[in-house]
Design a protein around this ligand. Structure first.
Ligand code: HXC
Length: 257
């Protein structure tokens, strides 16, 4: 496929997607949202891809939804032709996604990072939900995923004031998995993705699925789901192989990789 707003590349079992609208600090417009959905879905459908890395540039992961594209739209247009429908698709992938965030991750950019499973941040990363300064509120999960990630009070302060936080504060708050020096961000993201991609693919899907449930269901329902899925994995060759390899003191050779 030919894309104009993203760069797509497969390295081994890792699919790389790089947001590429440098002139707009990777602002998310409707074309980018649909290209991102198409590229991510294609990787998701490919058994040769065990993990995806999503990144931007040194200056910006993404500075938010494209304000220039949105500014003159009516409420009717925003609800009937949702320009960000593609991002909903992106948030529902079965393949784990590692976000590699350098520079600005603001508004929709912060929300896009929160749709990923692992967030690695460069020490240059800046996170925030500044929508209040534009006369709107977050619209891609900021009022829902952010409080679940960092707690209701810290999320409220960020959403209501629009202030940003640096990588160190984001790490303390629990918004990022880990902070690394900017120069090492992509190598480290690649390493994390390769480790994930080396595991049994159906087991990785199951783990992601169970983790996702933790973000949206009750503890009792989540525990039931976890225990059902855990038991079902004993039907897979890869479970037999993983445990046999442990007993035989060797590395497992999972079938799905
Ligand atoms: C469109 C954007 C943009 C955006 C930056 N640009 N962010 N264009 N939408 N969100 C453009 C600028 O207009 C400029 O182009 C170029 O990118 C470089 O940006 P500068 O502002 O010149 O850079 P700098 O001075 O370094 O400031 C960086 C910045 C600032 C602090 C990140 O650009 C900024 O505040 N951007 C907006 C951040 C924001 O409010 N995000 C939330 C968007 S609302 P030109 O050609 O003009 O020079 C949102 C809602 C999501 O995300 C929910 C939707 C359902």
């Amino acid at each position: 496929a030919e894309y104009e707003t993203i760069l797509v590349e497969q390295r081994g079992r890792v699919g790389w997607i790089t947001l590429n609208r440098p002139q707009a600090l990777n602002a998310l417009n409707s074309q980018l949202a649909s290209e991102l959905a198409a590229a991510a879905s294609a990787f998701d459908d490919d058994e040769g891809v065990g993990a995806i890395v999503l990144t931007g540039s040194e200056r910006a992961f993404a500075a938010g939804a494209d304000i220039k594209e949105m500014a003159d739209k009516s409420a009717h247009e925003m609800s009937m032709q949702n320009p960000f429908a593609g991002l909903e698709t992106f948030s529902r992938l079965r393949t784990p996604v590692v976000a590699a965030v350098a520079g600005y991750a603001l508004g929709g950019g912060c929300e896009l990072a929160m749709m990923c499973d692992v967030i690695l941040a460069a020490d240059t990363a800046v996170f925030g939900q500044p929508e209040i300064n534009l006369g709107v509120i977050p619209g891609l999960g900021g009022t829902q995923r952010l409080p679940r990630a960092i707690g209701v009070y810290k999320a409220a302060e960020l959403v209501l004031t629009g202030r940003t936080m640096d990588a160190a504060e984001a790490e303390r708050a629990g918004l990022v998995s880990r902070v690394v020096p900017a120069a090492e961000l992509l190598d480290e993201a690649g390493r994390v993705a390769e480790v994930i991609a080396s595991k049994s693919l159906p087991v990785v899907y199951a783990a992601k699925d169970a983790l996702r449930a933790a973000q949206q269901t009750t503890l009792a329902e989540g525990l039931r789901l976890e225990s059902r899925v855990f038991a079902s994995l004993f039907a897979l060759d890869d479970q037999k192989e993983g445990m046999a390899a442990f007993r035989e003191k060797r590395a497992p050779e999972f079938r799905h990789r």
